[in-house]
Design a protein around this ligand. Structure first.
Ligand SMILES: [Zn+2]
Length: 270
């Protein structure tokens, strides 16, 4: 069963004023956590207090429940609208398949393998379709593993193509977004996650590390954070010395992440 989730079906579920208010809630970034499982989605929406929303796509349309006062009166409230918009945007293809299953590794390889002859458009369409399935899954821990594989496969594929293609950059960025969201939603192994994140930062010569790595701190916990610092300190020690070397920017970037880690630990203790 494949049902289409469109803005039309969301408008059909809510009155026009509520739709507009829900769109404001969505655009203000109030969706805290969203979990998609087939044709059902649950989310937490920030407001006067966190509201719990559950939506279901049925043959009859979109159904929603929320624990806010309006939701208690069985109204499709603004939190339901906001969640539906987030769901629609996250799914990208707008198609919600009740029997969607996660792609496995061989499917990922198949989708990301370079085609011959090369048609960038159909290639990235295929890649995005497989990433849609990862982004739409509720199995956060499995998604985190798979999407990291997808990212590495994409980098391999882009290196095999001699010419630059911004499609690869966009797809790799999307993998990183899906990975971070899955790590924050799930319960990844903290030490393994620290290894993954620092290895990634290292492969990029720690460029942007001060922005990328700290985003994972909430998912790392105490053990992961300790591992992260250990790896970063080792990376710092590995840098060739000497005055004003070309490695200075790398040194500053690593030091900035270590500072952020120390700050995170302090605030977590408070
Ligand atoms: Zn509500």
């Amino acid at each position: 069963m494949a049902i289409l989730l469109t803005e039309w079906s969301i408008r059909g579920a809510a009155d026009p004023r509520t739709f507009d208010r829900g769109r404001d809630v969505f655009e203000s970034g109030s969706i805290r956590r969203i979990l998609v499982e087939g044709e059902t989605v649950t989310a937490t929406v920030a407001g006067a207090r966190p509201y719990r929303v559950r939506l279901r796509l049925t043959d009859g349309g979109l159904e929603g429940v929320c624990d806010c006062p309006q939701g208690q009166d069985e109204v499709f409230c603004k939190h339901c609208v906001a969640t539906a918009l987030a769901w629609m945007r996250g799914m990208r293809s707008s198609i919600v398949d009740a029997h969607a299953v996660l792609p496995d590794l061989s499917e990922l390889r198949q989708a990301i393998r370079l085609p011959d002859p090369w048609h960038a458009y159909s290639y990235f369409e295929r890649v995005n379709a497989v990433l849609d399935r990862l982004a739409g899954s509720g199995d956060a821990d499995a998604v985190a593993d798979l999407v990291e594989h997808a990212r590495l496969l994409l980098i391999e594929a882009s290196e095999a193509r001699d010419e630059e293609d911004s499609g690869f950059t966009a797809a790799v960025t999307r993998c990183e977004e899906i990975h971070l969201a899955a790590c924050l939603a799930g319960s990844p192994d903290p030490v393994r996650l620290a290894d993954t994140v620092v290895t990634r930062a290292r492969s990029l010569d720690f460029e942007d590390a001060a922005e990328v790595v700290p985003a994972y701190f909430p998912a790392l916990g105490r053990a992961g954070l300790a591992r992260c610092r250990e790896l970063l300190e080792a990376a710092l020690a590995d840098l060739p010395g000497g005055p004003a070397s070309v490695f200075d920017s790398r040194r500053y970037a690593i030091a900035a992440v270590l500072d952020a880690a120390a700050e995170h630990e302090r605030s977590a203790v408070r």
